[in-house]
Design a protein around this ligand. Structure first.
Ligand SMILES: *Cc1c(COP(=O)(O)O)cnc(C)c1O
Length: 393
């Protein structure tokens, strides 16, 4: 069968179901006011929560480095060959110090870090216990490992405990796997209870804090810090650098044994080229800014409250989220697309999130806030939402 014959109907069906994806073309730097697909708009869709993606301090740091002769752009090889440069190494130490753990390990993407942790640590006979709303890369990582995968209803600690009991009865090593801040929902995993459960059942706790690091806790130390908790020896932290850090890449952080195990055995670590050293340099500067950004985090929190208060007054269907990710639930993909398109015409970039990224009939607008948004920009978005609402009733 030809490729055409097999896939053309699938593409047509996707379009018919309002599920077709298109890549908006961006003509400006990443920032609150952008030009996207030729449209001037205020951007409420990115994950650049602290406004670091286009930060002058990071740019000038890169320019200075390029003016010296001792740094190449490309890393040239995998970390275990000749790709592990000085700035990668220093960055790993700085990440570990920031989080108060023994070691950290850089990955080229968060997706790969999530494959690496689950594939490497979880073996045949082990059990992965995953929240139903975990990020796609956590689900894929679980499916690619040899362990059994059991999912529990979103944030349901009783259901999690039952599965932990079952695993214990079967003498199966369990790993609890969760988003710290849920990427499409914005709510936060109850880490105090989860840590308690993990300790009671001698399970390992793997937290993907892609949207927590930088935004939550003192010095942006993430969801654990938000609850006043410390990761223990059986905690595996994962963070991405493409969100609040405004760069790209990811890290896993935890014990010496954890990190050495990944270096020795994790295929998504070993068989891939190290990220460009210049990116590591940019991340080192971003980390300094993240640590120093308690004031921006306060502004971000003010912006979140401003948006939520306004949206609730309009009677919009919000999710119980206290973070920068604020979903407005609409139900059908068609409706979510309609709202998103209307907002674009009015000058606001807000993505429609549709299945399979979210469950069926839970299509939504995913509004994300940044410390760099002004309160006027948020007011304008709220009045645009109000106008759309008026045309609906
Ligand atoms: C973005 C994201 C990832 C993937 O990270 P990349 O570096 O973009 O590959 C993983 N987990 C969560 C929760 C994310 O939001």
């Amino acid at each position: 069968m030809s490729i055409e014959k097999r896939f053309k109907p699938l593409l047509e069906k996707r379009e018919h179901d309002f599920l077709y994806r298109r890549r908006p073309l961006v003509f400006s730097p990443q920032q609150p006011v952008m030009k996207i697909n030729g449209l001037d708009c205020i951007n409420f869709s990115s994950n650049d929560y602290l406004g670091l993606a286009n930060h002058p301090q990071i740019k000038s740091n890169l320019q200075n480095a390029l003016n010296k002769d001792d740094i190449s752009y490309g890393s040239g090889a995998a970390h275990l060959v000749t790709g592990h440069h000085l700035h990668h190494h220093l960055l790993e130490d700085e990440l570990a110090d920031w989080l108060g753990v023994e070691r950290a390990l850089l990955f080229s993407t968060g997706y790969m870090a999530n494959l690496a942790v689950q594939q490497t640590l979880m073996q045949a006979g082990d059990t992965i216990l995953a929240d139903k709303l975990n990020h796609a890369s956590l689900i894929d990582g679980a499916q690619l490992s040899a362990a059994n995968l059991k999912r529990y209803p979103h944030l349901n600690m009783q259901a999690l405990e039952r599965r932990l009991q079952q695993a214990q009865e079967n003498n199966s090593q369990a790993m609890i796997v969760t988003d710290g801040v849920f990427s499409m929902d914005g709510d936060i995993a109850p880490l105090a209870q989860m840590q308690q459960l993990a300790q009671t059942y001698q399970a390992w706790l793997f937290v993907d804090d892609a949207h927590g690091f930088g935004c939550l806790g003192k010095q942006g130390k993430g969801s654990f810090a938000h609850f006043g908790l410390e990761p223990d020896k059986n905690t595996i932290l994962m963070g991405t650098l493409g969100k609040a850090f405004g760069t790209s890449g990811a890290f896993v952080a935890g014990s010496e044994t954890l990190i050495e195990t990944l270096i020795q055995f994790a295929r998504p670590y070993i068989y891939t080229t190290a990220m460009p050293q210049l990116n590591a340099l940019a991340i080192r500067e971003a980390l300094k800014l993240v640590k120093d950004s308690d004031a921006s985090r306060e502004t971000l929190q003010k912006n979140i409250t401003h948006f939520r208060d306004g949206a609730m007054k309009l009677g919009l269907d919000l999710w119980p989220s206290e973070t920068a990710i604020q979903p407005v639930l609409l139900g059908s993909s068609e409706l979510a697309l309609h709202w998103s398109d209307t907002l674009k015409q009015a000058g606001f970039w807000v993505s429609a999130i549709r299945p399979p990224t979210v469950p069926k009939n839970q299509a939504r607008l995913r509004v994300t806030l940044s410390a760099n948004h002004s309160s006027q920009q948020i007011d304008k978005l709220l009045s645009a939402l109000k106008s759309i609402q008026a045309t609906q009733s």
